[in-house]
Design a protein around this ligand. Structure first.
Ligand code: AGP
Length: 609
């Protein structure tokens, strides 16, 4: 997720754009840049935060039209060259972009054939060259060139383009990535959200998907990219600045919990061949045969990523029938691991910087394994040091407690298991059915998020508990561990996750009327076993909270509290059952007055051993 800012008016653009980028930095902070128009295009961009860009700028920059971008890398490592804005070959068009152009490789190949050269590795750079090419070929105007280029794009964009050839115009367009503009007095402000706008004007116009706006100092016109004018209502902003940077949510963690449908969708975007039940994972395509032929897969990770790895074990063994072992990276690296040449090691890490996981990667590489990464931060150390990998495209995760990263990791692991399964024993019919089920997950996740108020009421009941147990079976056992970790790390309540059947081997001694026990009791293959485990807990006066399946009435007589979620095939349930547990932990922590986004003793990325 990136931040986009634009200005056109009578004031100098640079300070307005830089201030706007600072407001948007929470959306991504790998690199930043601005483009100014004062007769000619001036571009200033670099890796690092907005403040570093600001310090590097010449004083008294001139130009009353400007655009700016703060980047969350999706294609191409975060460096000066890949920072936005990107410019055309002849240097008279500048573009900034938030989103993913899925067909950028095909467009790039065609433009290379036509003689274009590219400075970086981003999908965005392809788009500005495409606009340039169309503008030259079609002998049209700036607006038409932008519109025709966007019609060729498959994917998502929130873009803003300026050109020294038509220096009184700012053009923006939206498809899948948010974009709005503020209406001032003879000046206009563009933003990925309202935070760079609200200090200048509360009058805003939200673009919808498939719409573009052409703005001059004298006014604006909103059109579809089919060139149909669209009359738009002017909305009035009611947020304060502080709220908007969190998108109106009280905490980044809650915002990121609610971003999960989009994060899951973005982790799949461009990778599912829906009609065929196939999967396209460009980042590992060169190594798919070795992955397919591997005799054993070892997953190394820490914390929440380790829980995602446990889900991955179920998925890969079920779909691809390859033996999987999941190791704490901190243990793996020190125990002189046995690694054979036909083993594959997969490192899972949201930050891509966790010291233990990075050390495990280096250990595995030194012993000759093929090492693959599943990271969220593009260009992170683990992403760069592994032989191949798959990015999760969850967008920046600011809250220390991992939420959308977990479901994005599980999504990617599902795609990997499918890709391997399709090259081994998984039938076309099974693969197609699973791909269809996967496509339905984002909407099911949205349904679960509507239970937020119910879960908040449930949290009220248990906010003073001193201990919690989380129990699950099969593919929901790792979710029980994840639910316990979420509660522990943000509310400071002691919580443990166990395989539900493990209770009778000791932990059941803990059960009494003061012990809340969260059961993941979805209607899956182990439901009746879970019901027996619930009975065991009830008979010892434990307080049962059940995450159950919609339509399950039986559970109401067994559990004191029931949160019902949509059904899904067993192996995709973790993408859904994790969400109510995240919300439960979040609300309990807030009610206990804990610092949810920055819990005590923790860091977002543990880069020390
Ligand atoms: C999870 O909520 C914690 N933030 C922590 O366990 C985290 O998952 C762990 O430190 C691993 O981080 P990584 O995914 O960035 O490697």
């Amino acid at each position: 997720m990136c931040g986009i800012v634009g200005y056109i008016g009578k004031r100098q653009a640079a300070p307005i754009v830089i201030e706007g980028l600072k407001r948007l930095e929470y959306r991504g902070y790998d690199s930043a840049g601005i483009a100014l128009l004062n007769g000619k295009l001036e571009i200033y961009k670099r890796a690092g935060k907005v403040a570093e860009l600001e310090q590097s700028l010449p004083k008294d920059l001139m130009g009353t039209i400007g655009i700016g971008h703060t980047r969350w890398a999706t294609h191409g490592v975060p460096n000066d060259i890949n920072a936005h804005p990107h410019i055309s070959t002849n240097g008279d068009i500048a573009i900034i972009h938030n989103g993913i152009i899925e067909n950028y490789a095909a467009i790039r190949t065609e433009l290379l054939r036509k003689g274009h050269t590219f400075r970086g590795q981003t999908d965005t750079e392809v788009l500005v060259h495409l606009i340039e090419e169309i503008w030259a070929e079609a002998h049209c105007d700036f607006e038409t060139a932008v519109r025709l280029a966007l019609k060729e794009v498959v994917g998502t964009y929130g873009v803003c383009v300026i050109s020294s050839r038509e220096p009184d115009k700012l053009i923006a367009a939206r498809n899948g990535s948010p974009l709005l503009f503020g209406v001032g007095d003879g000046e206009y402000f563009l933003g990925s959200d309202a935070s760079p706008i609200v200090q200048h004007t509360r009058k805003v116009i939200y673009l919808s998907d498939g719409e573009m706006v052409i703005i001059t100092r004298d006014g604006y016109t909103v059109k579809t990219i089919e060139n149909i004018e669209m009359p738009k209502e002017i909305d009035e902003l009611t947020f304060s600045i502080a709220e908007i940077e969190k998108g109106g949510f009280e905490h980044f963690m809650l915002k990121e919990i609610f971003e999960q449908p989009e994060a899951i969708l973005n982790s799949m975007r461009g990778r599912l061949l829906v009609g065929e039940g196939g999967v396209r994972l460009g980042g590992i395509s060169q190594h798919l045969e070795r992955l397919r032929a591997s005799k054993r897969i070892i997953i190394v990770a820490c914390g929440t990523s380790w829980h995602a790895g446990l889900v991955g074990e179920y998925l890969i063994e079920e779909l691809a029938r390859i033996p999987v072992e999941v190791e704490y990276a901190s243990e793996f690296r020190y125990r002189n691991p046995i690694i054979n040449h036909d083993d594959v090691v997969i490192a899972i890490s949201q930050s891509g910087e966790t010291a233990d996981t990075l050390a495990a990667v280096r250990e595995a590489k030194a012993r000759g394994a093929l090492v693959m990464g599943i990271c969220n931060v593009v260009g992170s150390s683990i992403a760069r040091e592994t032989d191949c990998g798959i990015y999760t495209h969850a967008g920046p995760e600011i809250g220390v407690a991992s939420t959308k990263a977990f479901t994005a990791q599980v999504t990617v692991l599902t795609l990997l298991a499918l890709a391997l399964g399709r090259r081994r024993t998984l039938s076309d019919a099974e693969a197609k059915a699973l791909v269809d089920e996967l496509c339905a997950i984002p909407d099911k996740a949205r349904e679960i998020l509507k239970l937020n108020d119910d879960i908040k009421r449930l949290a009220e009941t248990f906010k003073d508990a001193r201990n919690f147990l989380y129990l699950g079976r099969g593919v929901n056992f790792p979710v029980a561990l994840e639910g316990a970790l979420k509660l522990k790390e943000i509310s400071y309540i002691h919580a443990e996750g166990y395989p539900a059947a493990e209770m009778k081997h000791g932990p059941i001694a803990l059960i009494d009327e003061n012990m809340p026990v969260v059961f993941i009791a979805t209607k899956d293959g182990s439901y009746h076993k879970i019901v027996s485990n619930i009975e065991e807990v009830r008979s010892r006066k434990g307080r049962v909270i059940a995450i159950a399946t919609e339509g399950d009435d039986e559970i109401s007589s067994l559990a004191e509290f029931v949160i019902r979620i949509p059904n899904a095939v067993d192996m995709l349930l973790p993408l859904l059952t994790a969400i109510p547990l995240q919300l439960l932990a979040y609300h309990i922590a807030v009610m206990r007055g804990c610092n949810v986004d920055q819990p005590r003793n923790l860091a977002k990325s543990v880069t020390v051993e």
